[in-house]
Design a protein around this ligand. Structure first.
Ligand code: CMC
Length: 386
């Protein structure tokens, strides 16, 4: 029996409107979270305020913010079972094929088994789980990195913000106000981005009426890839490779040669390009400015890294008309802050959890199974026995 297949959508679903959302609008002209423009939020809000906005749908009043912040602080601890898994972090990373994004994915899944609301998809339960997962991710990252570094687990500091506590738990050092601010802004920039691959994944999972932890686990798996969130690690790895190849000086000729060779090899340069933003990502200059300032405060080695990045960026823009996305300055910024490269994408998770949760809740609140069709291009119907 033959069926008429619908016309195929564009490869990678480019330009396809796959659903509706009240949470975020991604356009070349502006990036908007629930009506607020990203530069406005980066300049004037905190990550906690932005997370509240995404989850609850409106700007928090001072009382709402106080309650929300206290709820997040109270929910930072993770179950013993997750802690016990993370005590194997160093072994999994050093002696097996474990990477922090995979460990984080498993740890979030373990937290799901022990979450009292795990199988409850009601709006109230979803909101409770969203706050718990948001609060727990920095603890997971912290415990993981402590184990990898051979340190005792660092207990969370209730006086520190989401951003400050993340830095503290991961490094065992109290962050400066400047470092806390840079991290906070990077988390605001990373919090939400409409139907990107990981968020769409989370909505597809939620659309089957599976639970929030399952949807988050899938979203983490999707974010890991270097074409998506993994690009912040890949961008820094690429800059390290260029530095290694060209030596200690930022010789423009050598950088140009390196880039032209990469173009000839049709290599994708990490941290550049975007499916929607073809003439620049709104988030990139904001983070670049903050990161560069941090580099100037930290010392010449870090300024040289930014100068290298700026030369790479200029060549890319001039020769290819391809612009950096947020992951390019993120790599240089987190490196300047002394964060281990394999934790860059997990930090992205510590922020994007807020956007994912908002989308999972929106999907559950007005659900229909997400089930597109495919245009079949396989063989004609044939008989198994001849
Ligand atoms: N380096 C070199 N060439 C590129 C790049 C790049 N980073 N990005 C796009 N191009 C070229 C591409 O080769 C193609 O050229 P041609 O038409 O000659 O074949 C043209 O630009 C169009 O690119 P595309 O691959 O069709 O674009 P896309 O919309 O399918 O892909 C992308 C978007 C982000 C996957 C891609 O730009 C890319 O692979 N970038 C590098 C990875 C990256 O930085 N990802 C982070 C994305 S943004 C934030 C996030 O999600 O974390």
């Amino acid at each position: 029996m033959s069926t008429t297949a619908p016309a195929p959508a564009t490869k990678g679903l480019e330009g396809v409107i796959a659903g509706e959302t009240e949470i975020c609008n991604v356009e070349q002209s502006a990036l908007i979270y629930r009506g607020y423009e990203i530069a406005d939020l980066a300049a004037n809000a905190t990550f906690e305020e932005v997370a509240f906005l995404l989850l609850e749908g409106h700007k928090p009043s001072p009382e709402e913010l106080k309650r929300f912040t206290a709820e997040l602080v109270d929910a930072r601890d993770i179950p013993e079972e997750a802690k016990s898994f993370l005590t194997h972090s160093a072994n999994l990373v050093k002696n097996h094929s474990g990477v922090p994004m995979d460990l984080l994915r498993t740890a979030v899944s373990i937290c799901g088994h022990l979450d009292p609301d795990c199988q409850d998809n009601s709006a109230d339960a979803n909101l409770r789980k969203a706050k718990r997962i948001l609060a727990q991710v920095p603890t997971i990252i912290g415990h993981m990195q402590n184990n990898i570094d051979g340190r005792d687990f660092v207990a969370h500091d209730p006086d520190l913000s989401h951003a400050g506590n993340l830095l503290w738990m991961m490094t065992g050092e109290k962050p400066t106000a400047e470092a806390e601010k840079v991290m906070d802004v990077s988390l605001i920039l990373y919090a939400e981005h409409d139907y990107n691959a990981s968020t769409f994944t989370s909505r597809v999972i939620a659309g089957t009426l599976a639970d929030m932890h399952g949807a988050m686990t899938g979203a983490i798996a999707a974010l890991k890839g270097p074409l998506h969130g993994g690009a912040n690690e890949a961008a820094m790895d690429m800059l390290s490779e260029i530095r290694n190849d060209i030596g200690p000086d930022n010789d423009t000729g050598k950088i140009t040669d390196w880039m032209h060779k990469a173009f000839e090899e049709k290599r994708k340069l990490m941290g550049f390009g975007h499916r929607v933003y073809k003439s620049g990502d709104h988030r990139a200059p904001i983070l670049h400015g903050l990161g560069r300032k941090a580099a100037e405060a930290r010392g010449p080695e870090f300024v040289r890294l930014f100068e290298l990045g700026e030369t790479v960026q200029n060549i890319m823009e001039t020769d290819k008309k391809i612009y950096p996305n947020v992951d390019f300055p993120c790599g240089m910024t987190y490196f300047t802050m002394g964060i281990p490269v394999p934790q860059y994408t997990p930090i992205f998770v510590a922020s994007r959890v807020s956007g994912w949760a908002a989308h999972i809740m929106e999907q559950h609140a007005n659900n229909r199974l997400i089930r597109p069709r495919a245009a079949y291009s396989g063989p004609e119907t044939r008989k198994w026995n001849g």
